[in-house]
Write a protein that binds this ligand. Structure first.
Ligand code: NAG
Ligand code: NAG
Ligand code: NAG
Ligand code: NAG
Ligand code: NAG
Ligand code: NAG
Ligand code: NAG
Ligand code: NAG
Length: 901
């Protein structure tokens, strides 16, 4: 709303005669003055174009042509350059006070937008006294705005958004402006208070100071005569303002005021502002308001239609006067993200509402009746404590969200009458019984997921069915997937996952040609996969059912992006036609009885591959590599041969910048539960027809390789060390030989390393001890020898992680590395010292380990809890293979060691 209104206003002003460009003369008939031409060529030489291929204008300027014909240049009748546009020229480096630019005295229009000037804007900009349009947006200028700017008395439009201008804005900056209509200084770093004199520029219609560091009070205007102001749009959002002066209400032509994201508190006089006679849009979201004061101004006289008070701390009831604003002229009211508990009665909701957003409050009881609405309405009551349904009976188009309340009982039928176009979200409530049939057919989008809905879905969808998206996941539905769903010709999304559905996947679904997402996972569905489903469906999830038979052949124009068939009873080989699915991003076929060689036909678009718990065999050698792969899990099959056959060097996605890998975000990174292949369900998000669906939520940088429980042999290739973005590596339970490559120490983001139950020999490279983010490590049951290297983490793992080797010693194992025959008798004392040093060193190692473990425990845990739901849970599960010691144990061990010393 605000945006469209702003655009409207922008249009009006753009079309106003003062703003039209000065009569752009036809360059063809003109001849450029030599003096101007040489200034332009001089300018060309001055400006540094870092990469000439970025330049589309300057590169073409030459001595030969008439300069009025040059790109970016326009002249007047007399051959003076009046307009210069050098947008997007890749210009870098500064602009000098002495620049020839400032001698082009006839310039009326100058645009240097979207370049990379560094340094400040020269004072001599004021030499261009005829400028009416100056565009310096996104130019990377820094420093103060030149004090001479106000000398540009002809200026109409000043565009300086998105730079690094800093310092305070003083009255002097604008003193000379007589005809300026627009001032855009948004996204800079201006500080100090707002210079009140800008409000005295009689022509000013629009000022945008959004996203600066303006602070404090706006001074009283008392001394100034601002009744002449024409200011219509004022954007002061995203600053640090605390209050407005009383005389603010003298800015009588204000129409749009955005004060969001500032520090206004209850001293803010809302009703004063409401008394501005022309005010239509007021945005005060993200401030510190805690109550809606009783109105003193007769709000019926207001002409406000858009009021946004969201994201404050407003408590108590929504006062009745809100609905009386402008005798019900409000079309947009946003009170979301506050602490409101109810609605003061009577609430006469305006007929005019298009948007009513009360989400994320503490509203309880019955949700307000919406029967008076007369217009298409977007109503959001989600994330409250409503227990009972209000009335919605209007025949209008409506988008009602009641998600995440405490609604119980059955879904009322009045919703059916409510709307010709209904988008209804009742998910995450306590609804029971069955869903009214009329609702199933008549809504456009229906989400009743995560309730206690039971019974069958009536198989009575008629050709009148309008439903586009039906989401009934996580209920207790029984019976089969309705065959008649195919009558719903607009059906695009069908999610019936996590119910108790049985029967087969109806082949009639193939007739729903618009279907994009079909999720029937976690039910008791049996039978085969209908052939047609793997033809043109982008996302298919049939995981955790009793589907049997073979994977059908994929069509030549297969559009699958996401295919989840995990934990079924599928047999046979992956059909070669899988290569037709060129967009496939994620495939989970884990937990079946699939056989045959590694599916080399998988397309290059692949990001997630899960084949664990099947009967695949042979060496996974393909003559290609998957650059986008970020998760590969082929554990528990019969793969054999050398792991090197997977050509890790081509897995670019696992080689992202190590610097980002080391950020806390990645440290605290969620780890999916690899033991249950459903974990992946929550991981890959897909963009289907441009719309991001959260079919699966992604942990975008999560990377893992799990090749465990196969029959791989030979050495661990050095090239694995190139996968420096890898988080989890599991090569356990194979027959790998040779030494642990030093290159693994280059996996600086590694959180979990499992090499257990192999035939690895040699020592643990001391470089491995430098992997500071390792949360779990297991090298047990190999043939390793020598001292366990000392590092900040490694001594904090349980001794189980190192046991079952032939010659490992040192902490955390209780086997000491000191060999009695080491010290020859003649250097006995030295030998003793060495022993002592050993212990001291080990103890010191503990202290370091202890410290960093504390850091991990305190910092990371709070971080995880703060930013990621349930990660702790998942994390515990993944790391259960070899948990770190508890802090207490470490402490004890240190004491014991010191005691022994
Ligand atoms: C603008 O230029 C056009 C074409 O050159 C001409 O017809 C028109 O009269 C000019 N207008 C003004 C106000 O000079
Ligand atoms: C700035 O412009 C003025 C007037 O044209 C000129 O005299 C002066 O030399 C310029 N400043 C610099 C540093 O070139
Ligand atoms: C710019 O304005 C200031 C006063 O604000 C004046 O002193 C100065 O001479 C003016 N410069 C030009 C180039 O007009
Ligand atoms: C303020 O300006 C308006 C319009 O120019 C004028 O009519 C009015 O008298 C002025 N008021 C004062 C107090 O100067
Ligand atoms: C509200 O803001 C004003 C102005 O900054 C300040 O003086 C006052 O102490 C603040 N009141 C509260 C309750 O924070
Ligand atoms: C609302 O009604 C009152 C009294 O009839 C009237 O004075 C006022 O102008 C009306 N407001 C609007 C915005 O129409
Ligand atoms: C209401 O405000 C919230 C928080 O500022 C915002 O996320 C939401 O999109 C707004 N609602 C509408 C309908 O614009
Ligand atoms: C780690 O990576 C760097 C840079 O790619 C490489 O020069 C170095 O040899 C690698 N270290 C090991 C031990 O492989």
């Amino acid at each position: 709303m605000a945006v469209s209104l702003l655009l409207q206003l922008l249009f009006i002003v753009l079309l106003s005669p003062t703003f039209t460009k000065p009569n752009a003369t036809h360059a063809q008939t003109q001849y450029c003055l030599e003096s101007e031409k040489s200034l332009l060529l001089e300018l060309k030489n001055e400006l540094v174009v870092f990469n000439p291929s970025d330049s589309a204008i300057l590169v073409h300027w030459n001595q030969k042509d008439d300069c009025c014909f040059w790109k970016g240049v326009e002249c007047d009748d007399a051959g003076h350059v009046t307009s210069l546009r050098l947008d997007y020229e890749g210009i870098s480096g500064g602009l000098k006070e002495s620049s020839s630019l400032f001698r082009l005295n006839y310039l009326e229009e100058l645009s240097l937008a979207d370049n990379s000037f560094s340094g400040s804007l020269p004072h001599n900009i004021s030499n261009l006294a005829r400028l009416s349009y100056l565009d310096l947006s996104r130019c990377k200028f820094s420093g103060a705005i030149p004090s001479t700017l106000g000398n540009l008395t002809q200026l109409v439009d000043l565009e300086m958004a998105d730079n690094f201008f800093s310092g305070s804005v003083s009255s002097g900056h604008f003193e000379g402006f007589a005809s300026v209509e627009f001032i855009n200084l948004r996204y800079n770093s201006l500080s100090g208070s707002i210079p009140i004199s800008i409000f005295t520029i009689p022509s000013l219609a629009w000022i945008d100071l959004q996203h600066n560091q303006l602070s404090g009070k706006v001074d009283e205007f008392a001394m100034l005569n601002i009744s002449i102001s024409q200011l219509s749009v004022l954007d002061l959002s995203r600053n640090r303002l605390e209050s407005l002066p009383d005389s603010f209400i003298e800015l009588q032509s204000l129409s749009v005021v955005d004060l969001s994201d500032n520090l206004f508190n209850d001293t803010f006089q809302l009703d004063k502002i409401l008394s501005l006679p022309n005010l239509r849009v007021l945005t005060l979201s993200k401030n510190h308001l805690s109550r809606l004061s009783p109105n003193t101004f007769p709000v019926s006289q207001s002409s406000l239609d858009h009021l946004d008070l969201s994201d404050n701390k407003i408590a108590g009831e929504i006062p009745s006067w809100i609905w009386e604003i402008g005798n019900g002229s409000l079309t947009y009211l946003n009170l979301s993200c506050n602490m409101l508990v109810g609605l003061q009665k009577p609430y006469n909701m305006p007929h005019s509402f298009h948007f009513l957003d009360l989400h994320s409050n503490q509203l309880r009881g019955e949700f307000p009746s919406l029967s008076m609405l007369k217009h298409p309405a977007n109503v959001d009551f989600s994330d409250n404590y409503f227990e009972k349904f209000g009335i919605l009976e209007t025949g209008i188009d409506a988008r009602v969200s009641l998600r995440n309340n405490r609604l119980s009982g059955t879904v009322p039928t009045f919703f059916c009458k409510a709307a010709s176009f209904l988008v209804l979200d009742l998910s995450v409530n306590h609804l029971s019984g069955s869903i009214p049939r009329c609702l199933l057919e008549n809504s456009f989008v229906l989400n009743v997921g995560r309730n206690n809905i039971s019974g069958r879905i009536p198989d009575k969808f008629s050709p009148k069915c309008k439903i586009m998206s039906l989401d009934l996941r996580e209920n207790s539905l029984v019976g089969s997937v309705p065959i008649s769903l195919s009558n719903c010709s607009s059906l695009t999304v069908l999610n019936l996952s996590n119910n108790k559905l049985s029967g087969t996947v109806p082949t009639s679904l193939c007739k729903a040609t618009d279907l994009q997402i079909l999720d029937l996972s976690v039910n008791n569905i049996n039978g085969n996969i209908p052939l047609c489903l793997v033809k043109n469906l982008p996302a298919l999830n049939l995981g955790r059912n009793n589907i049997s038979g073979r994977v059908p052949n994929f069509a030549a124009n297969c559009s699958l992006q996401y295919l989840d068939l995990n934990n079924n009873n599928l047999i046979g080989e992956v059909p070669p036609s899988l290569k037709n699915c060129k967009l496939l991003k994620a495939m989970d076929a884990g937990g079946n009885a699939l056989e045959g060689p590694f599916p080399c036909m998988l397309p290059l678009s692949l990001r997630v591959l899960v084949l664990r718990d099947n009967r695949f065999h042979g060496e996974p050698r393909c003559n290609k590599s998957w650059p986008n792969l970020q998760i590969i899990d082929i554990a528990n099959n019969n793969f054999s041969g050398n792991v090197d056959s997977l050509s890790f060097s081509g897995w670019r996605q696992m080689m992202t910048d190590t610097v980002t890998k080391l950020s806390y975000k990645n440290l605290a990174f969620a780890v999916p539960n690899l033991n249950s292949s459903t974990g992946y369900k929550e991981e890959v998000s897909l963009t289907i027809k441009g719309a991001e669906r959260d079919l699966v939520k992604i942990w975008p940088d999560f990377t893992s390789i799990d090749l465990s429980c196969n029959r791989f042999q030979g050495g661990i290739p050095d090239s694995m060390g190139e996968l420096n973005a890898l988080y989890l590596l599991n090569l356990s339970h194979n027959t790998l030989t040779g030494a642990i490559p030093k290159s693994l120490s280059n996996l600086t983001g590694l959180g979990s390393l499992d090499l257990s139950a192999n035939q690895l020999t040699g020592t643990i490279p001391k470089e491995i001890a430098g992997l500071t983010f390792l949360q779990a490590m297991n090298v047990s049951h190999n043939k390793l020898v020598g001292e366990i290297p000392t590092g900040p983490q490694i001594q904090t793992f349980l001794s189980d992680c190192f046991e079952g080797n032939i010659g490992l010693c040192g902490l955390p194992l209780s086997i000491s590395c000191v060999k009695t025959h080491v010290s020859p008798p003649n250097v006995k004392s030295d030998g003793e010292t060495a022993i002592e040093w050993d212990y001291v060193f080990a103890a010191a190692g503990y202290v370091v380990g202890f410290g960093s473990f504390l850091w991990v425990l305190i910092f990371q845990r709070s971080f995880r809890e703060r930013y990621f739901d349930k990660i702790e849970d998942v994390f515990e599960k993944i790391v259960n293979l070899c948990k770190k010691k508890k802090r207490r144990d470490v402490g004890k061990r240190v004491v014991r060691n010191q005691g022994r010393r």
